[in-house]
Design a protein around this ligand. Structure first.
Ligand code: CO
Length: 344
């Protein structure tokens, strides 16, 4: 049996403060718990079940269940699935990057503390990534340092803030702060491009997210981000880096043949592959082979997107059944790279 560490999973607290009542506005996230007919302590109300609807204002966003908030349910399912440790992170709907900074900082503190509470029930098998109000770099540095001191093993950021990409000077300052404080960074796509043209068939997830992640890696490279930020920065991009690895040849070709395609990067894009990590949520052996070939087995970490419907159903199976990977490489991808990356 191989040890398994899942670096990409999400949580929600079971309850949190009514943010719309506190701050005003009609697009705050909240959970509408399903109730069964059995009477709870309040005779007018049923008992909450293990199911809830994630709401954004008055719109239904996604059905979720108790694994999101209940550590004991997570641990049971981890035992069932053969997962030893799990890194939990917020879902981007909680980021509040488009809100005033004091509100986003409040949310970051609220959800970061809630994540630590869940991990405290996790039998030393659950570890949390913090969120930060990335629209304000000083506040982000402040909160990520506070979160680290409270037990977070890293930070998750959305892959852009409005129109600012990963090469934004403020974002790079934040990344340097994380490098200085040895805080690993996980980059998750969110707020996907071309929303009006991808609203059908879940194309926001299947097309928008991989494109967002590719955009982030490319902007970080060509914007000179990796030249500027210290090489001890630990940074990992979600979903296998999206469409990045497959299109690397196109990028290098453009870099060599058109000076405007070089941006501020000192070297061609393929030079920077040893500066970041990717998770393995690609669901296909040929894609995984390409990632191993381009990135090397030391730069990939198992991530499942648990407990959401597009996550890997048989935990770690893509890696354990990969025909071209040695057992020692499998163990690197499944656990040991992640244990080093997050110091867990
Ligand atoms: Co995810």
């Amino acid at each position: 049996m191989m040890k398994v560490v899942d670096i990409h999973s999400h949580f929600f607290p079971k309850h949190w403060q009514d943010l719309a009542a506190k701050f005003g506005g009609n697009d705050w996230p909240w959970l509408r718990h399903e109730q069964n007919s059995e009477k709870g302590q309040n005779p007018n109300q049923g008992k909450e079940t293990d199911k809830a609807m994630l709401m954004k204002g008055d719109k239904e966003f996604r059905p979720i269940y108790s694994a999101c908030w209940d550590a004991s349910v997570r641990l049971e399912e981890m035992d069932r699935d053969g997962v030893d440790k799990q890194i939990i992170s917020a879902t981007p709907i909680l980021f509040a990057y488009d809100k005033p900074v004091d509100q986003a900082e409040y949310c970051a503190q609220l959800f970061n503390d809630a994540a630590i509470d869940i991990c405290a029930q996790g039998d030393n098998r659950l570890f949390a990534l913090a969120q930060v109000p990335l629209q304000d770099i000083d506040a982000s540095c402040r909160e990520v340092s506070r979160a680290k001191a409270s037990g977070h093993v890293g930070v998750q950021i959305g892959n852009h803030v409005g129109d600012k990409n990963m090469d934004d000077a403020g974002v790079l300052t934040f990344l340097q702060h994380c490098a200085n404080e040895d805080i690993p960074v996980f980059v998750h796509p969110w707020d996907m491009m071309a929303a009006n043209r991808t609203k059908d068939y879940m194309m926001g997830w299947t097309v928008g997210m991989p494109a967002e992640t590719q955009l982030s890696i490319v902007s970080m490279i060509l914007g000179g981000g990796f030249d500027q930020v210290s090489s001890n920065l630990k940074i990992c991009f979600a979903h296998g880096g999206g469409s990045f690895a497959f299109l690397l040849g196109r990028l290098d070709n453009a870099w060599h043949h058109r000076s405007i395609a070089r941006g501020k990067s000192e070297f061609p894009p393929s030079h920077y592959l040893n500066r970041f990590f990717l998770d393995t949520a690609v669901f296909d052996h040929d894609s995984l082979d390409l990632l191993v070939k381009k990135m090397g087995p030391e730069r990939l970490m198992f991530g499942s997107d648990y407990p959401f419907p597009l996550g890997e159903k048989q935990m770690g199976q893509l890696i354990t059944t990969a025909p071209s990977l040695s057992d020692s490489n499998k163990q690197q991808l499944l656990a040991s790279n992640a244990e080093q990356f997050f110091n867990i």
